[in-house]
Design a protein around this ligand. Structure first.
Ligand code: SF4
Length: 277
């Protein structure tokens, strides 16, 4: 779905930049707002964070888990493989893997050397093979071959930490979950939503200011924004739809012309339209 700039203005807060016929797009200078935010109250933070989430919903109406899967087990396996690996590479690897290993018992009884070859392209394949075999065995022994539906049970399974468990809960079982990966942590700290570094503390801090029903989609939107606009080394601040609410405006490229070239992904044209480019 595409959202026009005018729709964006109705559906959520006004984009950071609005182009008019008479006046070309320009990103507002954030200096004065930054001083105000030094004394931001918890209520002010909550309102700003929720407003930014609504803006991200306009920017990324189709945000989703970028790993391919059709069952909870496939999502668990893909998420384990995604450690230190791109989603694109995982998605190239999993079709053959999923065709060969169709259920938990197949992983539990897998030939280690054979399974290693299937997942070798994703890196750290020996550790990941141990996790997959261990996961299959634990599921067969304790959960009748099915993935459990609670965080407490999921995190006790081999290869599944809190981040993976939240991905599974949110995307396979419809239970709201916040996924704190490297993008999510970087962005929410840039936005001064939290100063925490520890992923669990970040998860709790964000859970306290964002509505629970939004947690899963917020995670997707933030990760999309981190991959496409707010990059680790060169954020595209000059064309960022969040500029007016972001206290870190200026850590990246502010010249709109240059910043536009930094926007990545299939939504690039849509994202630039939203800021009047
Ligand atoms: S790109 Fe710049 S303005 Fe946008 S969220 Fe990141 S730091 Fe803030």
């Amino acid at each position: 779905m595409r959202v026009s700039p005018s729709t964006a203005a109705v559906s959520g807060p006004a984009p950071a930049v609005e182009a008019t016929d008479a006046q070309p797009a320009a990103v507002p200078a954030p200096k004065r707002k930054s001083r105000v935010r030094q004394a931001e109250t918890q209520l002010g933070l909550t309102r700003r964070a929720r407003r930014m989430n609504r803006t991200l919903a306009v920017a990324f109406p189709d945000a989703h888990c970028e790993l391919d899967f059709t069952t909870p087990l496939e999502l668990a396996v893909a998420t384990i493989l995604s450690a230190q690996c791109t989603d694109e590479r995982v998605n190239l690897t999993t079709p053959a893997l999923f065709a060969k290993y169709r259920d938990a018992r197949a992983y539990a009884e897998a030939n280690r050397a054979e399974l290693e070859e299937y997942i070798r392209p994703t890196g750290f394949f020996r550790n990941k093979t141990s996790s997959l075999i261990g996961l299959g065995q634990a599921l067969v022994e304790r959960f009748d071959g099915e993935l459990p539906h609670t965080l407490d049970e999921l995190v006790q399974l081999p290869g599944i930490g809190r981040k993976t468990a939240n991905v599974i809960l949110g995307n396979a079982f419809g239970v709201p979950g916040i996924t704190v990966d490297t993008h999510f942590g970087r962005l929410v700290r840039r936005w001064a939503w939290t100063t925490e570094e520890d992923p669990v503390k970040v998860e709790h801090a964000i859970g306290a200011i964002i509505e629970r029903k939004e947690w899963t989609m917020l995670s997707h939107r933030v990760i999309f924004h981190g991959r496409r606009v707010c990059h680790s080394r060169k954020p595209a601040c000059g064309v960022c739809i969040l500029a007016k609410d972001c206290p870190s405006f200026g850590v990246g490229v502010t010249d709109p012309e240059t910043a536009a070239k930094l926007v990545k992904g299939p939504e690039a044209e849509h994202l630039l339209e939203l800021v009047g480019r």
